[in-house]
Design a protein around this ligand. Structure first.
Ligand SMILES: [Zn+2]
Length: 319
């Protein structure tokens, strides 16, 4: 009996010894960002204002020189996408943080423009589900490009029954109820890319933050949000890059703070999540002149590298 017990223990010991290093090796490999192969380009670093000299919100994630992912589609960003050398036939997914105009209104411009590309593969379009104020992302796509949409002439891209060079597959990200706050919805975009979303608080507007994991690199987009749900620090844990929207100054009033994070909140989140780099974006007239002041509030809480987004800028993920 004793012998058997010892034998079993030894067997267990050898099994765990043989598996343990493998597990550690896999985890270590998964955490190492292949920064030579992945980077972020800013297509738009502004908000909804007409006179800020910037495009509204939009980004490309480049993988091995291919424009694989678009995050947000604010006004001006579809043109900037082409100017940046993006190829729409290489885009696996277009992810929307929410359906405010300055984050989403270039979607039909991308789809119309794609007619002149050789695109043939399915395009994933994903964004938040509906709430009392906003439509779901699938409803948004239908209202724009469905058979009764404003741009019904693009309906073949969304209507499964007709012929088109490619189809749009729309994914609505579940609204997490109070029990599910912090729940991460995961989408496998392709063999290399996983996108996860968590519901965030953006005043009365349905909104999500996105986390992209590709070749060991993690990029997190806050989108527009207040920190009322307090989910971003956990969601962004250990990210190589956090793109945080700096739409309001530290002195923002209650209405603005119900929609957006203050700089000190951004600093607290970046520190608590221990992100490796912070990119501030989505500037407005009220935050452009106060960038250095915002930086001071962030610096008091977060000691890692901080950059200010400019349209067209490429952000490398190595430190
Ligand atoms: Zn917004």
């Amino acid at each position: 009996m004793n012998k058997l017990f010892t034998l079993n223990n030894m067997l267990l010991f050898f099994i765990s010894m043989s598996f343990l290093p493998v597990t550690i090796a896999i985890e270590a490999a998964a955490r190492t960002c292949d920064a030579q192969r992945v980077n972020l380009q800013v297509l738009g670093s502004g908000g909804p204002e007409l006179d800020d000299g910037r495009n509204s919100s939009g980004y490309i994630i480049w993988v091995d020189g291919n424009s694989k992912l678009i995050v947000d589609a604010g006004p001006g960003t579809s043109v900037a996408f082409g100017a940046a050398g993006g190829k729409f036939e290489h885009v696996s997914a277009l992810l929307l943080t929410h359906l405010h105009v300055d984050h989403s209104s270039d979607l039909p411009a991308y789809i119309k423009g794609s007619f002149f590309t050789p695109r043939q593969n399915v395009l994933i379009v994903a964004g938040p589900t509906q709430n009392a104020l906003m439509p779901s992302t699938s409803d948004y796509v239908q209202r724009l490009m469905g058979p009764k949409g404003a741009f019904a002439y693009l309906k073949d891209y969304v209507d499964k029954t007709t012929d088109a060079d490619y189809k749009i597959n729309v994914v609505d990200i579940d609204k997490s109820d109070s029990n599910k706050t912090g729940y991460e919805n995961q989408l496998n975009i392709d063999a290399e890319i996983t996108a996860s979303a968590v519901t965030v608080h953006h005043g009365p507007v349905a909104a999500v933050a996105w986390k992209i994991q590709v070749l060991g690199c993690t990029l997190v987009f806050s989108g527009d949000m207040s920190n009322n749900k307090k989910v971003l620090a956990t969601f962004a844990k250990g990210a190589d890059l956090l793109i945080a929207n700096n739409a309001v100054p530290e002195t923002a009033g209650e209405v603005a703070k119900n929609l957006h994070m203050t700089p000190s909140e951004i600093g607290e989140i970046a520190n608590s999540a221990q992100v490796r780099k912070l990119l501030l974006s989505h500037f407005m007239q009220r935050t452009l002149p106060t960038q250095q002041l915002s930086l001071k509030h962030i610096r008091a809480r977060y000691s890692g590298p901080v950059e200010f987004a400019e349209d067209g800028m490429t952000i490398r993920l190595n430190r």
